[in-house]
Design a protein around this ligand. Structure first.
Ligand code: ZN
Ligand code: ZN
Length: 54
């Protein structure tokens, strides 16, 4: 796994910047809130580990 956990958004692959809104799922994977919002329109699992989101 080349992605350091909780440092890179698993949807857009950009690193987190401090002032950007980050959302953490129940599986402890974090993504940009805006990226997650787009992703969740079509899917209901974590983009990273594919665990269903509660
Ligand atoms: Zn992102
Ligand atoms: Zn996950």
């Amino acid at each position: 796994d080349h992605i350091s956990k909780n440092h890179t958004c698993g949807i857009c692959w950009y690193q987190f910047v401090e002032n950007k809104l980050v959302f953490e799922l129940s599986c402890k994977h974090a993504f940009h809130f805006s990226c997650l919002k787009k992703w969740m329109r079509k899917k209901t699992h974590c983009p990273h580990c594919e665990k269903p989101v509660v």
